[in-house]
Design a binder for this molecule. Structure first.
Ligand code: PA5
Length: 427
């Protein structure tokens, strides 16, 4: 039997009383999340009953793409891209004869996209455009530019065979284009929003193209979903009122820390492969909680790199934050430090020294009075990555409920879009 992620609240400086205060409420909120009656909660039961036909289609399409192109460009922004990038950055190191993966439409930089076009000039490429609404400006601009490249290179008919689209099943201009041009496509389920969609085709198709085992990832997610739902022995898929699963406990801890006045959460990781997972976390928590004047501001730091830039602030600066450490216990690779490094370090494994940094930083920050949450991740594999996705999605949704906000909408994101439209219309 495989392990589970382990949540360690022993240095959170929270009294068990503070967590107990949320327990009853969390039990009720868990039932609400699993009721199937709330909009955009389709992701909750997804890993427990994954549509086998959809999974088969994702796997066979990914296999086709792997043979078809040397470069696979994922076009999307926010929840339509960060999950895939997080998984691919964390798990695809070392390469395995998969196409090179590039990202487009996650910014509006002409320089970035021009450089991208230069990089793919001599290479066979395919596009995967992902947008639930099908109307988002950033991916729309990038898609039209890259589609133009594709037309010039292959002609319109062949280009259509190199375009894959993931969008709403019916609505939006992208779906209309899919229907008109006959692109191979997947539908984003109606009841799943962008940042909770990693385990749908939105995340799984690009992840599978990168050669990562998505079935293992789903099994990992399923293991957490079963744990969350099996509380009090009410059986799979029916959560009890026992809220002691770790995802709920994390929601309780964050709510208590917010009440104590720490309004910033710093996600810290010691494996650079987790950079985009931290970006995904920032989006998940930032977009889900940050509304109605509420929420915890999510930040991320890569250690030990950022200890030499932000370490001073953390140790000694304004105490507006608590820390959440993502600690990978057995990273995929290691090195032994040679004799020349001197007595203290020679002969040790680099990962052991990295773990000494984890422990040293925690000790120093604990002494400085900082609240620290630690999540131990047994290994950086598809299975545990699946656990991480589902674990944080659940925790974030419950946390949003605890704060009294809707964790599944993002009305604030619309403001910049309409202002931008006004600017464009003036020109
Ligand atoms: O989480 C969300 O819903 C957002 O971050 C969206 O994913 C993002 O705005 C992109 O939207 P769309 O997929 O409609 O292009």
């Amino acid at each position: 039997m495989k392990e589970m992620l382990r949540l360690d609240l022993s240095r959170s400086q929270l009294e068990p009383r503070a967590l107990d205060a949320c327990k009853e409420e969390l039990g009720i909120l868990k039932k609400r999340l699993w009721s199937g009656e709330e909009a955009f909660t389709g992701w909750v039961r997804l890993p427990l009953a994954y549509d086998r036909n959809e999974l088969k289609k994702i796997l066979s399409t990914a296999e086709k793409i792997r043979k078809q192109c040397q470069v696979f460009i994922v076009i999307g922004i926010g929840g339509s891209y960060l999950g895939a990038r997080a998984a691919i950055s964390a798990l695809a190191a070392g390469g395995n004869a998969a196409p090179e993966i590039f990202y487009a439409g996650q910014n509006l930089s002409g320089t970035y996209h021009k450089e991208l076009i230069k990089k793919i000039r001599e290479k066979e490429f395919c596009l995967c455009v992902i947008s639930k609404s099908g109307t988002t400006t950033e991916p729309s601009v990038a898609f039209s530019i890259l589609k133009d490249e594709l037309y010039q290179r292959y002609g319109r008919e062949e280009a259509a065979k190199r375009i894959y689209a993931i969008t709403d099943s019916e609505k939006g201009v992208l779906r209309q284009e899919v229907n008109r041009e006959g692109y191979e496509s997947f539908a984003v389920p109606d009841d799943i929003g962008g940042r909770y969609s990693v385990l749908t085709a939105v995340g799984l198709l690009p992840i599978a193209v990168a050669g990562i085992d998505i079935e293992e990832m789903l099994l990992g997610a399923e293991s957490v979903a079963s744990q969350v739902s099996a509380a009090k022995g009410e059986g799979r898929g029916t959560p009890g009122t026992d809220q002691t699963d770790d995802a709920a406990l994390l929601a309780a801890a964050r709510a208590s820390l917010l009440k104590r006045g720490t309004t910033v959460e710093v996600f810290e990781y010691y494996e650079p492969g987790l950079q985009y997972f931290a970006e995904w976390l920032k989006q998940l928590f930032g977009e889900s909680e940050g509304k109605d004047g509420k929420g915890i501001f999510p930040a991320a730091l890569q250690f030990s790199t950022d200890l030499h830039s932000m370490g001073q602030f953390l140790q000694d600066g304004n105490r507006i934050f608590f820390e959440t450490v993502l600690n990978v216990l057995n990273p995929p690779e290691d090195l032994i430090v040679p004799e020349s490094a001197g007595e203290l370090l020679a002969g040790r494994s680099m990962n052991a020294i990295n773990q000494a940094a984890v422990q040293g930083v925690i000790a120093a920050h604990e002494t400085a009075g900082i609240s620290i949450i630690k999540l131990d991740i047994p290994e950086l594999t598809p299975y545990y990555f699946g656990q991480m996705i589902y674990f944080f999605e659940t925790s974030c949704a419950l946390s949003g409920y605890l704060m009294g906000v809707n964790p599944f909408d993002q009305p604030g994101v619309e403001s910049y879009k309409s202002e931008m439209r006004k600017v464009l219309q003036k020109k």
